[in-house]
Design a protein around this ligand. Structure first.
Ligand code: ATP
Ligand code: MG
Length: 202
């Protein structure tokens, strides 16, 4: 004898069919196509690694990808080696964190130079995906003007996607974005005294 009664199985089919109709209608209605602005923010782990997941997807479709890292945390990450080998234009545009550089004028100049580089990508419609890793920090510290960044983003090619990561994304940036995810920090191994692990954290 089956564990599921005929009656229950029939109700399941009806319910799933109804669900499928609703989802199919939503998919059919979402027929627009354009370059998206995505923001991955919050204190939880997973912002940069999610962005690099999209880089892998884009490369799999033969798309051209450029990555800028605004805060140089470390120089030995697996993703940098992996994606450079696969033709990603990967630039480190920042130095250390502000408490490491301890020089405001230099931070502002570095961020400004970095943004000029990004602007070249935002002018180039052969680049399909641009990742601006940790861009929220120069915005938060006022090294880059949000207005300038937003107007350059608005002027980019219609089909170009841009992914921005970093904690504390400014409200204006989230308002301008099409997709915003906030990663929540439920738990992190670091707080249990475990150092950054290759393949997971770098
Ligand atoms: P990832 O690159 O792993 O996706 P992230 O981009 O969300 O992390 P960042 O703030 O850029 O987070 O931090 C990068 C490094 O700090 C990674 O090694 C990551 O594991 C670690 N990290 C991220 N979130 C936390 C946290 N809440 N507590 C401690 N360490 C963290
Ligand atoms: Mg990150």
């Amino acid at each position: 004898m089956s564990a599921v009664s005929e009656d229950r199985a029939a109700r399941h089919i009806t319910r799933m069919q109804r669900k499928k109709d609703v989802i199919d209608a939503r998919i059919a209605a979402a027929d627009a196509e354009r370059g998206l602005l995505l923001v991955l923010t919050g204190n939880g782990k997973g912002k940069s690694s999610s962005a690099f997941g999209m880089v892998a997807r884009a490369l799999g479709h033969g798309m051209r990808v450029a990555v800028a890292q605004f805060i140089k945390g470390r120089s030995d990450t697996g993703e940098e080696a992996f994606f450079r080998d696969r033709g990603v234009d990967w630039r480190v545009l920042g130095e250390g964190f502000t408490w490491e550089t301890q020089n405001l004028e230099r931070d502002i100049a570095t961020a400004g130079r970095g943004w000029s580089q990004v602007r070249e990508w935002l002018d180039d419609d052969t680049i399909d995906l641009v990742v601006l890793d940790e861009l929220t920090y120069p915005l938060k510290y006022g090294w880059l003007a949000l207005d300038t960044v937003l107007s350059d983003l608005r002027a980019r090619p219609a089909m170009q996607h841009v992914v921005i990561t970093g904690r504390a994304a400014p409200t204006g940036l989230c308002d301008a974005a099409d997709t915003v995810s906030e990663l929540q920090d439920v738990k992190h191994a670091f707080r249990a005294g475990i150092k950054a692990q290759r393949g997971i954290d770098l």
